[in-house]
Write a protein that binds this ligand. Structure first.
Ligand code: ZN
Length: 163
């Protein structure tokens, strides 16, 4: 099972709850009937809030691990790229990352033919891809590309937005 990661605030809170539970248990054994009833009620609440903090931390840890896996997935995938130097096309796995003009991270590759490293300038994130798509679309309109070509490109972008 995966280990839950707690924030410092959560650890502090759990420590405090543990102390309060221990203190209340002592009161449970030493006090009168009313004290005992109050202490029992409090213990249920303390255990309940403790469980809530643990569950929340567990869910957050799981979510963050999934995000991390998703963010690193591109590193294990093959991308069809063209070497900027020798123009050969390969299916390669990235060897690094580099920022483009819009400050989005893009993959870099090592050409097996000329051993040069190059960037494909396609943003890794979907948001970056959409922004790049919009720039390309603007350029297409400016260059007065045929309407059906623009339409087809727009359609491919719409798919991208829902990936
Ligand atoms: Zn090359």
């Amino acid at each position: 099972m995966e280990e839950t990661e707690f924030t410092s605030e959560e650890l502090e809170y759990l420590e405090l709850v543990k102390w309060v539970i221990d203190y209340t248990k002592k009161r449970l054994n030493n006090g009168n009937e009313d004290d005992r009833k109050t202490a029992e009620k409090c213990l249920i609440e303390y255990h309940d809030t403790e469980a809530k903090v643990r569950t929340f931390a567990k869910m957050r840890t799981k979510h963050l691990r999934e995000v991390e896996i998703e963010n690193n997935r591109h590193k294990d995938e093959f991308h069809e790229v063209r070497c900027s130097k020798c123009k050969s096309v390969f299916a390669l796995k990235p060897v690094g990352e580099q920022k483009n003009k819009q400050e989005y991270l893009c993959n870099t590759f090592l050409c097996p033919h000329c051993k040069e490293s190059f960037c494909n300038w396609v943003p890794i994130s979907d948001r970056g891809k959409v922004e790049l798509g919009e720039l390309v679309l603007e350029a297409m309109k400016k260059n007065k590309e045929p309407q059906d070509k623009i339409k087809a490109y727009k359609k491919s972008m719409t798919i991208l937005e829902y990936l």
